[in-house]
Design a protein around this ligand. Structure first.
Ligand SMILES: C[S@@+](CC[C@H](N)C(=O)[O-])C[C@H]1O[C@@H](n2cnc3c(N)ncnc32)[C@H](O)[C@@H]1O
Length: 294
């Protein structure tokens, strides 16, 4: 297990740390033992809460298939959270070396504490990541929403998405797959409450974060990647948000003692906003499977 920290603290880095450097203990209470911060794959009839951890593992297993990562020599997870995907790919799916990049030092510490010699975690931004040997597969699970600042003019945002896909192209071997899970926004109905909620997300909880339109992603991956599959999995994400809200409600006092009333209230508000906007189709959550063109 190797951990590396690179890069200076810009306002964007500070914004990510505001959300992702709440203690690992708190995140464990919220997310449960799988420590995945994205949607799960439930089967029909399953109790959402009871089957949450299995649903998260199932998702990783499907991703391993889609990314053709089984038995791969090298894989990359961009925005690797607490290292769960890296850990399962190396322990269950025979990946030899799995590299994760995250901006959160507490996430990197947690990943290091897994004690898995096949995992390397780097505290660096995706754009600073370089490799001597190309990766066989890459994953980016609900992290791209953080990579482009909402304050940029539309043309500059497009350039950033283009830069992201160019970077992934440069890191992967020809034919290597990129499995992307990303929220996108539809044209929202202009209700006062919704506008306030979206402002809260963008100004307070995830400062600067930009949830793209699908066409921005389609336009910028063209040429460097072949689109293999696109699926909207917004329900899988809203269900996970509902489970996390229940986890928090059940152990609220403990959560407040670990962090503060203010932090817990922030999380309750943002999770509820994500859950209802995904349920109402204001936000989507797309699984996009891409193959690197030569
Ligand atoms: C919602 S979490 C998802 C974590 C993980 N993929 C999962 O599904 O559990 C978003 C992740 O993106 C990372 N992140 C945000 N901005 C980043 C950047 N510029 N470069 C690398 N990682 C970044 C955060 O540190 C966090 O690990």
């Amino acid at each position: 297990m190797t951990t590396v920290e690179i890069g200076s603290v810009t306002p964007e880095v500070a914004a990510i740390r505001h959300h992702y450097e709440v203690s690992n203990e708190f995140y464990r209470l919220l997310l449960g033992p799988t420590m995945m911060y994205s949607g799960g794959y439930w089967e029909d009839g399953e109790d959402l809460r009871a089957a949450h951890d299995i649903a998260q593992e199932r998702k990783i297993d499907v991703f391993a298939e889609l990314g053709r990562a089984k038995g791969a020599a090298r894989v990359l997870d961009i925005g690797s959270g607490w290292g769960t995907l890296l850990n399962r790919l190396t322990t269950v799916h025979g990946v030899e070396h799995a590299v994760g990049v995250t901006l959160s030092r507490t996430q990197a510490d947690h990943t290091a504490s897994l004690g898995n010699p096949r995992i390397e975690v780097r505290v660096e931004s995706w754009e600073d990541h370089h490799t001597d040997r190309p990766y066989d597969a890459a994953f980016c699970v609900n992290a791209l929403e953080h990579f482009v600042l909402a304050s940029l003019p539309p043309r500059e945002r497009i350039k950033r998405f283009q830069a992201f896909f160019d970077k992934c192209h440069s890191l992967l071997r020809p034919g290597g797959r990129l499995v992307l899970h990303v929220m996108t926004v539809e044209r929202p109905p202009l209700r006062r409450e919704l506008i306030d909620d979206l402002k809260f997300l963008q100004r307070e909880e995830f400062a600067g974060c930009y949830i793209p339109h699908l066409h921005e992603l389609a336009a910028t991956c063209e040429g460097s990647f072949e689109v293999i599959e696109i699926r909207n999995e917004r329900e899988a994400f809203s269900r996970a948000c509902r489970v996390w809200l229940q986890n928090l409600a059940e152990r609220r006092e403990e959560a407040v003692a670990m962090e503060s009333e203010q932090v817990v209230a922030r999380f309750e508000r943002y999770l509820d906003i994500f859950a209802y906007t995904l349920e109402d189709g204001i936000f989507n959550n797309f699984r996009i499977v891409l193959a690197r063109r030569p």
